[in-house]
Design a protein around this ligand. Sequence first.
Ligand code: C2E
Ligand code: CA
Length: 508
Amino acid sequence: MSPFKSALASTLIYVVFGALWILYSDRFLEGFVDSTETLTQMQTYKGWFFVFVTGLLFLYLMYNALTRERKLHERDELTELLNRTMFRDEVNNWIRHYHHDAKPFLIALINVDNFRTINHSAGHQSGDQLLKSIAALLEERYAHSPCLIARTGGDEFAIAMYTDNGLEACIEDIREIQRKINELQVLSMPNFRTKVGIGIAVFPDDASDVKSLLSATNIALEEAKELGQGQLRLYDHMFGESVHNRLQLSQDLQQALNNRELYVVYQPQFDARSLKITGIEALLRWNHPELGPIRPDIFIPLAEQQGLIGQITDFVCQLAFQELHDSGLFQTYVPRLSINVSALDFERSGCTEAFQQRFSHLDDWSFVQLELTETAIMENYENTRQVLDELRQAKVQVSIDDFGTGYSSLNLLRRLPVNEVKIERSFIRDIPRSDESNSIVRTIIAMARSLRLRVIAEGVETPAQVRFLQEEQCDELQGFYLSKPMRIDALGAFCKSYVPEKIAQHTL
Ligand code: C2E
Ligand code: CA
């Protein structure tokens, strides 16, 4: 109905009601009141009653009209999500209510990488279509939870969500959305891969007012963009405070390599059936003398940026082989060592020789397994495949890390010299509760089987997950439930006292 018609309809209802009131209310009163004095008094009350009722009616109509108008102003026209101003206001409300019900929350800013290219190459219509699809994805995912979703700029979206289920779970959730956005197609650019950068800041840890919180989120997003496309970064005070700190940290990393502030922890991997140890993964740690422990997902990208990744890989290989050798675990308790490598390890000339050099003192190279992500392989496919081919001929094993998060087609996978795929932690997290995760995990296992690849699940945290993966015939397991990453001494003690049957009994 047009605004005029609906206003006319309401007015007509009012006029009819008013006319009936005037016509019949006096007669009604006269019907049962005899005294003229009482009648006059009742008529006064009647007048007040009329004013009160019409006042309420007026309030109702005004409220409806103003709410509708506000909605028009608070929504972004294209996507119908909240706009920037409203998002800010609502976040501010959350902050004000914080002291009453003490709920921390996070803000994630999502920015489409290369949006300008999409607009230029495929036209604005395609760009708009992509923005609408992203909005639809976000709405579908968060419509039923108390989240705020907004379009805060041309190619920028924002989410605010409570972190009741733990920060890590929320971040995994956002990573999942990031992956789904990456799968979106751009009209008339079938080969284009949509990628989004994401910056996250947490209230009240990172900032306690709306302005600083949004600025922290922006810094985290900038950080993500600087690291390349499709990155996700958490606001980090030491990064956020100034670029100076970041430069300082890069310099510190170089020193850390020389000063032995870096060390390696080892996380065992287990056969899913017998629960015997099948191997270990080496994970690098940095204990900064002033800032304390720094997460590898912060310093590894920094090392990549600084061209230090080759030295890092050298360092991990050298230290891990030496520690395993010295502790007597080498090839006895530990049948295989997995080392994480980066896409950049395959980029420089002479990288095959660099790997050969790292393993030159080993008699049997099948002891070593390189873990590299699907995305890393795809970044430089031909070169990586060639290097891997040569290493495979020398019996080095290859595992595809975070499997399921990239785009490798079955065909490309078949052409790669790979021994193992590692199912990404976020898929394992929700099994066996989520049908979707269950079927993803089943599909990956079936696919790995058909390609005759070993399949390992990472991030196994509960006995229920172990049982599910055993039933689905996953080959190997890794995760906190079975063992956390530990330093060499603790690893030695663990391996020597480990009794698979005990864990098997607990898991039943
Ligand atoms: P990744 O290769 O996916 O490593 C597995 C990460 O999951 C490790 O985090 C490990 O501590 C964690 N993890 C293992 N089991 C569980 C579990 O049950 N639950 C949960 N929530 N987490 C679990 P970490 O050590 O912080 O490493 C993060 C990433 O840093 C690694 O991811 C890897 O990509 C990178 N990285 C670590 N060390 C190296 C290295 O030496 N070289 C390179 N290039 N990258 C490294
Ligand atoms: Ca890994």
